[in-house]
Design a protein. Structure first.
Ligand SMILES: Nc1ncnc2c1ncn2[C@@H]1O[C@H](COP(=O)(O)OP(=O)(O)OP(=O)(O)O)[C@@H](O)[C@H]1O
Ligand SMILES: [Mg+2]
Length: 253
């Protein structure tokens, strides 16, 4: 299963990706987390790992990627960056961090001033995911950048399901409608995970999103907040995440 996690900036995409990865790995699945957010440097910390080398370097770096994109563009030819189907074990070790059954791959980060836009990262993420096969005992979790730009880049195409993280904000609730529409276009099932939920926000959130698609609710949790603030790994076990992981593998989606 390849799960793409999306949502508004700061809604809790990386937090959900990390919590879910840990819960799924504890069930004995091999988990590959793909960090496709070029701007944020938090996910590896939440997982208690170092940041691996950019996977972009595997294909010669961002400039080489741009050249490939320019070459294929006028002819409308497929990019064909990978000449074979990938499995998780095919990813070279130097592009992975690993801990407790979870592997982390980072597509590429913006490291320097003026290095140009992040389109090559999006294209590489799309190509990588479309060519990556996960077996029944393997799960791929993709953490994306904020908003909907990745839809424009087609990153969703290589995934089986889309999980949108919705936090208690008007923007997030509005975005849930937009993402439902975009998911129809890409023909992928979309589900919502409500995050930072408390007694005050729960009902409003449930009334404002398509309730049939809500498959999880993560409470506002002080341990998560503190770990994020300190840039530390979570040591948080939530029944709500367990239930979400169960649901994902029970044929519920
Ligand atoms: N369930 C939660 N309980 C308490 N705080 C939370 C929870 N989930 C997320 N947060 C807080 O929200 C912040 C943003 O979370 P996170 O980095 O996961 O969001 P994001 O959607 O990945 O953000 P970005 O768009 O910047 O990548 C965290 O630093 C943390 O303070
Ligand atoms: Mg994030």
């Amino acid at each position: 299963m390849k799960i793409l996690i999306c949502g508004k900036g700061g809604s809790g995409k990386s937090t959900t990706a990390a919590l879910l990865a840990k819960a799924i790995a504890e069930k004995g699945y091999k988990v590959l987390v793909i960090d496709s957010d070029e701007s944020n440097f938090g996910l590896h910390r939440q997982l208690g790992m170092g940041l691996p080398d950019d996977f972009m370097n595997y294909i010669g770096g961002k400039k080489a990627m741009i050249k490939k994109m320019m070459k294929s563009m006028p002819k409308g030819k497929p990019l064909s960056i990978f000449d074979k189907t990938w499995r998780i074990e095919d990813v070279p070790e130097e592009y992975l961090s690993e801990k407790n059954g979870i592997k982390l791959l980072a597509i590429g980060k913006i490291h320097d001033f003026g290095e140009g836009c992040a389109c090559p990262m999006g294209v590489l993420a799309k190509e990588m995911l479309e060519n990556l096969e996960a077996s029944d005992k393997e799960v791929v979790i993709v953490d994306t950048d904020a908003g909907v730009e990745h839809f424009g880049r087609g990153v969703e195409q290589g995934c089986d399901i889309i999980l949108m993280v919705v936090d208690p904000s008007y923007e997030s609730l509005m975005l849930s409608v937009k993402i439902e529409e975009l998911a129809v276009g890409v023909k992928k099932p979309v589900y919502f995970v409500l995050n930072k939920v408390d007694n005050e926000s729960k009902d409003v959130m449930l009334e404002s999103v398509d309730q049939n698609k809500v498959i999880g609710m993560i409470p506002a949790n002080t341990d998560i907040f503190r770990a994020c603030l300190a840039g530390e790994e979570f040591d948080v076990h939530l029944a709500e995440i367990e239930e979400l992981a169960e649901f994902l593998f029970s044929g519920g989606v």
